[in-house]
Write a protein that binds this ligand. Structure first.
Ligand SMILES: NC(=O)c1ccc[n+]([C@@H]2O[C@H](COP(=O)([O-])OP(=O)(O)OC[C@H]3O[C@@H](n4cnc5c(N)ncnc54)[C@H](O)[C@@H]3O)[C@@H](O)[C@H]2O)c1
Length: 501
């Protein structure tokens, strides 16, 4: 918990509400603006620019010019600038966390953790700049053949609403470290922390290297389809992933996609029911209302420990109490928007109608202080069957669906029956069984007797519909590079022969 009192929100909000490109603040060319509302209180947060396609093109052109300069900055110089950005994030963590709390509804104290993660990512990729290595290939005494890695060019980063600031600051680390210029499209629901970040790092990078275009889908579509964007990276939903792939097809753009999840937590009969219950609550990321791609929103609990786990689970969920996101003691925030709130309540209604057993939660909290905000209690349904909507669809809300099992084979079939494949958490004391299960589940990131955590350096990403590529590791840096092979003929000139096709 922060020791100093929280500053007033008005003192930390960004002064600039426009676009940032070519090293300066720019008005949207068609003058578009959109209103922002705080999801915790329903209060207005003012307006912000709503960029359109022509704005996106202007930012891309600025980024092209920025790239021409940035690619030639020595890697260790680039690293120094990234480290300065990391320090700026640390120095301003509380203000950035408060902006996100007001704008996206996540609790301010938890958002300080987002600032830690973003600054750690900036430092991590700063440390990897010289790992963008090529290789030499033996070709005999009269030639030198080597490959080198180059940055790709302009990289578009299209971001979702659940960790606005962490994604804006942390996810530009790898492309910038590799020598690319970036055009960031922040989430339309919560762009303010990205604008504040742009203010804070103003002047640190050459003009056009970091560009920020607040707007909606129209901006994303231009970024994904434009011939001068060399690569697109999206964190978002599966339908948006498909749309981005279609937009990028014309220009054969490489991409990184971090998409949705409907992840499983599996408990075997030898697992401790209390620890499993705590893991189920922690794995749901109730702090930010389950609005997390990696949330383990499906619990598969062996029948032997099923009721014991459910009994502990009520207590584990009680640790998360919805409260005003900007208050330091709040342990669970608000849903990002009225649209998402209505969607989540609709899922809860479907679970009731389809006969799931409500264990805890199930609606808006009774606290009158929260009446105007988009709050939903931590909600758990038991006896969920595979055909229910809450068993199959990503809710992106604080709704956990639990089922009991007796046949390991049938349970694993059900775990793998969804088209998503991001994370999975396995609870057992039997190492053979844990390892066998980890090999069988279709997921890109698996915890054994652990849940929710990410580990910088360990590849994070999904299989099946959950995405393409891996982040938070060396592979992320390398994804923003392309290989060029160079062959140098040495010695006296010889007749050309054996020319390639
Ligand atoms: N795998 C991960 O690491 C990860 C992390 C966080 C969130 N997510 C996923 O994000 C989703 C929730 O976030 P959201 O509702 O903001 O997602 P979303 O897909 O609605 O929007 C994400 C971003 O894409 C933009 N966008 C929307 N349509 C577009 C189009 N046709 N072309 C280009 N851009 C477009 C949006 O404006 C926004 O900036 C969930 O599905 C969640 O699982 C995944």
């Amino acid at each position: 918990m922060p020791s100093d009192p929280m500053p007033p929100l008005g003192a930390v909000l960004p002064r600039h509400r426009d676009l940032y490109y070519a090293g300066a603040w720019q008005r949207p060319l068609a003058g578009g603006v959109t209103d922002l509302t705080s999801p915790g209180t329903g209060e207005s947060l003012g307006t912000v620019a709503d960029a359109d396609a022509t704005d996106a093109e202007a930012a891309i052109l600025a980024a092209r010019r920025g790239f021409a300069e940035w690619r030639d900055v020595a890697p260790l110089e680039r690293a120094k600038i990234l480290r300065r950005m990391a320090q700026i994030v640390r120095d301003n963590a509380r203000d950035l966390a408060l902006i996100d709390a007001a704008d996206c509804g996540n609790p301010v104290t938890a958002m300080l953790g987002d600032a830690d993660i973003a600054s750690a990512q900036l430092d991590f990729f700063a440390g990897l700049v010289t790992e963008m290595k090529g290789a030499s290939i033996p070709m005999g005494p009269n030639a030198v053949n080597f490959s080198m890695r180059e940055p790709r060019g302009v990289v578009a980063k299209i971001l979702p609403f659940n960790h606005p600031f962490m994604f804006c600051a942390g996810k530009i680390a790898a492309p910038l470290a590799a020598g690319n210029a970036v055009v960031v499209k922040p989430p339309e629901q919560a762009p303010l922390s990205s604008l504040r970040f742009a203010e804070l790092i103003e002047g640190l990078l050459p003009e056009g290297v970091f560009n920020l275009v607040p707007g909606g889908r129209a901006v994303g579509e231009v970024l994904a389809s434009h011939r001068h964007v060399a690569m697109v990276s999206l964190i978002g939903s599966v339908p948006t992933g498909r749309a981005v792939m279609r937009s990028a097809a014309e220009t054969i753009k490489p991409m990184l996609l971090e998409l949705g999840g409907k992840n499983a937590l599996i408990a075997f009969p030898d697992a401790d029911p209390r620890r499993v219950a705590t893991a189920l609550a922690a794995g749901m990321n109730f702090t930010w209302c389950g609005q997390s791609c990696g949330s383990t929103s499906r619990g598969f609990i062996h029948a032997d420990i099923y009721e014991a786990v459910l009994a502990h689970l009520r207590e584990a969920c009680a640790a998360y109490r919805p409260g005003l996101p900007t208050h330091a003691e709040t342990t669970m925030g608000a849903i990002v928007s009225r649209t998402q709130y209505d969607r989540i309540l609709d899922f809860i209604g479907s679970a009731r109608a389809e006969g799931a057993r409500l264990v805890t939660g199930g609606g808006h909290p009774a606290d009158p202080a929260l009446a105007e905000g988009c709050f939903v209690e931590p909600t758990v349904f038991a006896d969920v069957t595979p055909s229910m909507r809450i068993a199959r669809e990503e809710i992106f809300g604080p709704v956990l669906a639990i089922a009991s099992w007796t046949s390991e084979a049938a349970m694993l079939e059900e775990v793998n029956a969804v088209d998503y494949g991001l994370t999975c958490s396995i609870w057992t004391q039997d190492l053979d069984r844990a390892h066998r299960t980890a090999r069988t589940v279709e997921a890109g990131f698996v915890w054994i007797n652990e849940v929710s955590k990410h580990f910088l350096g360990a590849p994070f990403g999904g299989v099946k519909l959950s995405g393409l590529g891996r982040e938070e590791c060396l592979e992320e840096l390398l994804a923003y590079t392309q290989e060029k092979n160079i062959h140098i003929a040495l010695g006296p000139a010889r007749p050309l022969c054996g020319a390639g096709a």
